[in-house]
Ligand binder design. Structure first.
Ligand code: GLN
Length: 544
């Protein structure tokens, strides 16, 4: 089938969930047997979100090919179970960077370089790039921000031109808000009308309008929106608040979003979607047989989006065990010896999160000491794994000043040190060890039990690593390297021999957990936490 392009824009307010709507539509089309990919165009000037503080845009999601991308790409992969790549996330910064590089090379042959056509051409090129791979029946392109923002103008103009060129091979979905006014007890359509007008002013007539709402949209309201916005009432799709983002594909199916998309694109031979796995997943999510409480120790816990993929992986791992995972977000800056018992004492599992820099580091180390000594299941990710190494060095090997050289360059025991390949690098953007690398797991280890195979591949995002100069001492004392990158001799997984479940990973398993394929590390961590809770004597039956 020739590639169809679907553009998703948003209006009225940000955070309406364009990413989830795009992912849900993609999941439905995939369930009908199509090949689908989703792309996000972000109108900010950073080349990518890699250098952004998580407080700004939440988690930075890393793809197989090592692109540092918007967290929406995490949703795309979790819903679709297909890898994305650098081509799936493009910012204004990257577009300008490429156009300016071409100008410097002399590619424009003396012409004045302008927003229209040069920037808009580059945007169109980026959109079509995925379609031109020949791999996809549908390319869904989500435009970040809201219509009317100054910075999104070139993107909207690029779409307008593409619609003109591609004709019936593309369509536009506009996501808006239909607010409920408590005082008058009514849903209001005017913001949607205005937002569609803003889009019309820029030359785009949406074929489908998805309305975020807290209450059901009546037929009357659908007709009204349809009439004032020039769309069929059946193309006014309600997106009502859901308990879980994983319900949204089914809600969209009930609303007929995918059916209307196919009809608008004149695709008449589509199969019915096979939603068996999705329904099964949701059933297990809604009716867990047990529950546990795990602590997520990090320094960005005020903003749950900073740990988006970890939170979602917990949901998947919970479903794998038919267990509800209640997450306690624990601020590592507020954790010390005097409060650790109170804050962690009742938990069934402890995860120490990734991160950069020294803020909150001692709290993370305190949490790990507690998990190690009290034999509570522990999973350390990236910096969390590095902190487990530091904790072990300080409290088991008694190297009191042991540290990572990221925090203390003068330590006499630099148990975590900068990778050789990193030492010459000065620039900050896109310069870490990024993306997928292979890892070989030691047979007979806990990690081997988890993965059930010797060869794995996981994604990375770090500059520092376990310092092999100290490995023999660690292994003698009971912390073993159970996973290694054999090409570069880098320690990728550590675990404790004398502990029921204590694993630290230098990579980020959370980037690879999907609805169709729960990550084995999260599933095993939750299983161990469930067991720990049962052994404590607290019955794990009543689902919270
Ligand atoms: N700051 C650490 C490093 O660069 C860990 C990074 C992370 O947790 N993603 O190695």
């Amino acid at each position: 089938m020739e590639t169809r392009y679907i553009f998703v824009t948003g209006g009225v307010a940000s955070s309406l969930g364009k990413g989830i709507i795009s992912s849900s539509l993609a999941a439905l089309l995939k369930a009908r047997g199509y090949h689908v990919t989703i792309q996000k165009l972000d109108p900010y000037i950073n080349i990518d979100p890699g250098t952004l503080n998580p407080y700004e845009h939440g988690e930075c999601y890393v793809t197989e090919d090592g692109a540092e991308t918007d967290l929406d790409l995490g949703h795309y992969e979790r819903f679709l179970n297909t890898f994305t790549s650098q081509a799936n996330n493009v910012t204004t910064g990257r577009i300008y960077n490429d156009v300016i590089a071409k100008e410097r090379r002399g590619d424009f042959l003396g012409h004045t370089v302008q927003v229209v056509p040069h920037i808009t051409d580059e945007i169109q090129y980026r959109i079509k790039l995925l379609g031109e791979t020949g791999q996809f029946d549908f390319v869904i392109t989500e435009i970040g921000g809201t219509v009317g923002d100054i910075e999104s103008y070139p993107f909207i103009e690029a779409i307008r031109q593409l619609r003109w060129k591609l004709g019936k091979h593309c369509l536009n979905i506009h996501l808006t808000l239909v607010p409920y006014l408590k005082a008058s007890g009514e849903l209001k359509t005017k913001p949607t009308q205005h937002s569609v007008k803003a889009l019309l002013e820029q030359g785009i007539q949406p074929e489908i309008i998805v309305c975020r709402t807290e209450h059901d949209l009546s037929d009357n309201l659908r007709q009204k929106i349809g009439l004032f916005c020039n769309v069929k009432p059946s193309c006014v799709i309600q997106s009502i608040d859901a308990n879980s983002i994983y319900e949204v594909p089914l809600l969209m199916y009930q609303e007929g979003l995918d059916r209307e998309v196919l009809q608008q694109l004149q695709i008449t031979d589509a199969k019915e979607p096979d939603l068996t796995h999705w329904n099964d997943f949701l059933h297990k999510l809604k009716y867990p047989k047990s529950n546990i409480r795990v602590g997520l120790v990090g320094k960005y816990v005020e903003l749950h989006d900073a740990y988006k993929s970890i939170v979602e992986s917990f949901i998947h791992g919970g479903v794998a065990n038919e267990c509800k995972v209640n997450i306690e977000f624990i601020h590592s800056e507020r954790l010390d010896d005097s409060s650790v018992q109170e804050q962690l004492g009742d938990l069934d599992g402890i995860l120490v999160a990734p991160g950069f820099g020294g803020r909150g580091i001692e709290g993370k180390i305190t949490a790990i000491k507690y998990a190690r000594e009290h034999k509570i299941p522990f999973l350390g990710i990236c910096l969390g794994m590095q902190c487990a190494v530091i904790e072990f060095a300080r409290n088991v090997l008694h190297w009191k000043d042991a540290h990572s050289t990221e925090m203390d360059s003068n330590t006499t025991h630099p148990v975590i040190d900068m990778m050789e390949e990193q030492k010459k690098i000065t620039g900050a953007g896109g310069t870490m060890r990024l993306g997928a690398y292979p890892c070989t797991i030691k047979k007979g280890s806990k990690a081997y039990e988890v993965y059930g195979t010797e060869q794995i591949s996981e994604r990375h995002r770090h500059r520092y690593e376990f310092n092999n100069d100290f490995l023999a001492d660690f292994e003698k004392a009971g912390m073993i390297a159970s996973g290694k990158n054999s090409n570069q001799n880098l320690v990728e997984i550590i675990e404790l021999k004398n502990h029921p479940w204590f694993i630290g990973v230098q990579f980020h398993p959370e980037y690879k957990s999907t609805v169709a394929k729960y990550h084995p590390l999260f599933a095993a961590f939750i299983k161990a936490s469930k067991k720990y809770k049962e052994q404590k004597g607290d019955s794990g039956n009543a689902a919270l």
